[in-house]
Design a protein around this ligand. Structure first.
Ligand code: GDP
Length: 195
């Protein structure tokens, strides 16, 4: 996809702040440090747009990127941060629950997992939870350049098995370093947004 414009428009801390129009969106989710910002920047061909390695403990918001005047990417904060209080975590959990359950504009969730390792317990829970809400999930195995190509199939099989992935959901090996998987990721995202 040719990107003609991409900018961060809203950091939404609660439902009232989600954009009201009916433009389609995909959300991007994964544990912190998985390579989510690098994935967003690679797809959008904008180096510093999504900040890489954001500091833990800051305010949790859904960051809306408005792209080509047609759709949104929604950056969901990385899970696995422990530096907020239990109360804050619960309140944020309710915002996310309602977002993934009710948001009509949301066409698919891109879930990023580090392809070098077996998915974490949190990765498994996240995937299961998204399927519980009947969301289409596009799984991205990040940092593919760190794994020899001959081992990709084996790593892919482990990810599919551990997440108990639905057959219809795609798994794409991706590297922000080499651009591997960029076209496949765009194909999957475009299909979800506009079909
Ligand atoms: P985020 O916290 O999920 O947004 O992760 P970042 O995009 O900030 O990436 C975390 C770290 O992993 C950074 O040091 C990145 O340079 C590195 N990283 C991200 N993607 C890749 C990749 O495809 N290959 C390699 N080798 N490193 C990556």
């Amino acid at each position: 996809m040719k990107i003609t414009s991409a900018e961060l428009t809203i950091s939404a801390a609660k439902e009232e702040q989600f954009p009201p129009g009916m433009f389609p969106e995909v959300a991007l989710s994964g544990r912190s440090n998985v390579g989510k910002s690098s994935f967003i920047n690679t797809l959008l061909a904008r180096k510093g747009l999504a900040r890489t390695s954001q500091r833990p403990g800051k305010t949790q918001t859904l960051n809306y990127y408005w792209i080509n005047n047609r759709f949104h990417f929604v950056d969901v904060p990385g899970y696995g941060y422990a530096k907020v209080s239990k109360k804050e975590r619960e309140a944020w959990g309710r915002v996310l629950e309602s977002y993934f359950q009710n948001r009509e504009q949301l066409k698919a969730v891109v879930q990023l997992v580090d392809m070098r390792h077996k998915p974490s317990k949190e990765d498994v829970m996240m995937y299961e939870w998204l399927k519980h809400h009947e969301r289409e999930v596009i799984v991205i195995g990040t940092k593919a350049d760190k794994v020899a190509k001959g081992k990709w199939d084996k790593h892919a099989a482990i990810i599919r098995k551990e997440l108990q992935m639905h057959e219809d959901d795609k798994l794409i090996m991706f590297s922000a370093e080499t651009g591997q998987g960029k076209d496949k990721a765009w194909n999957a995202v475009t299909k979800a947004l506009f079909n």
